[in-house]
Design a protein around this ligand. Structure first.
Ligand SMILES: Nc1nc2c(ncn2[C@@H]2O[C@H](COP(=O)(O)OP(=O)(O)O)[C@@H](O)[C@H]2O)c(=O)[nH]1
Ligand SMILES: [Mg+2]
Length: 228
């Protein structure tokens, strides 16, 4: 079979698994997010702050994707949140079949929750093509990674309904043309939402929590998670 056929078969199988995940969470009204960024952009740190703030108001759960170690799942478990680690053993992204397996294995803690955060394997390329049944993708970019990245990795920034610029507390210390990055992201995804946060200082985090809670409310009432 030609390489392109194999890839298409894999993506079709993934799409079927993603559709079944989406259907399950449609009836429960669970909000599902797929977080994608380079390693070290601050995905787990954003989630730590988020679960700390929202855990008393909502039932939260997380799936962590990594090539090796349970470190990220452990970081979230430390906040009392059920977190399941998927080890891909080398693959550079999560696929929907792995998420389905995790839901079957773990059951209620991941299934019967209000918000499921899926932290994908760290990189801006492979995770872009794999639907995990999420309501929307969240692309993170930290201000220390360089201000050329959205145009260099256009697929993820055009597909992620929400982009989050992280580590804003470091902005005064690095060369990062914020206006240029805002423009790139707006060009790639004119309808998308852009947030600018620091999980360390709390700057911008209220907007992130508001976005999550509004999306959750919309999902629970059977509407699409993001307005517009
Ligand atoms: N200064 C600063 N450092 C941060 C922030 N968020 C994360 N970090 C640091 O960036 C590093 C990588 O963060 P991590 O959450 O593990 O990134 P991940 O690989 O995307 O999950 C850690 O040393 C964090 O402490 C932030 O908002 N400000
Ligand atoms: Mg992480």
């Amino acid at each position: 079979m030609a390489e392109v056929d194999v890839k298409q078969k894999i993506l079709a199988a993934n799409q079927a698994a993603a559709a079944s995940i989406r259907e399950g969470y449609q009836s429960s009204g669970t909000l599902v997010l797929n977080l994608i960024s380079s390693p070290g952009s601050g995905k787990t740190t954003l989630l730590e702050a988020t679960v700390k703030t929202l855990r008393d108001r909502h039932r939260l759960a997380a799936i962590e994707g990594d090539i090796a170690t349970e470190k990220d799942a452990d970081r979230l478990r430390a906040f009392g949140v059920p977190a399941h680690q998927i080890l891909t053993g080398g693959a550079c992204h999560l696929d929907a079949r792995q998420v389905n397996q995790a839901l079957e294995t773990v059951g209620d803690p991941l299934v019967a929750c209000d918000i499921l955060f899926i932290e994908n394997v760290g990189n801006l390329i492979c995770p872009t093509s794999y639907d995990l049944g999420e309501d929307f993708k969240v692309a993170l970019l930290s201000v220390v990674e360089g201000d050329d990245k959205p145009f260099k990795y256009p697929a993820i920034f055009s597909r992620a309904a929400v982009a989050v610029l992280t580590k804003m507390d470091l902005l005064p210390h690095v060369s990062f043309d914020l206006a240029a990055v805002r423009n790139q992201i707006r060009t790639l995804n004119p309808e998308g939402r852009l947030l600018e946060v620091s999980a360390k200082t709390g700057e911008g985090m209220d907007q992130w929590y508001r976005l999550l809670e509004e999306a959750l409310e919309r999902k629970k009432s059977g509407r699409s998670a993001l307005a517009g």
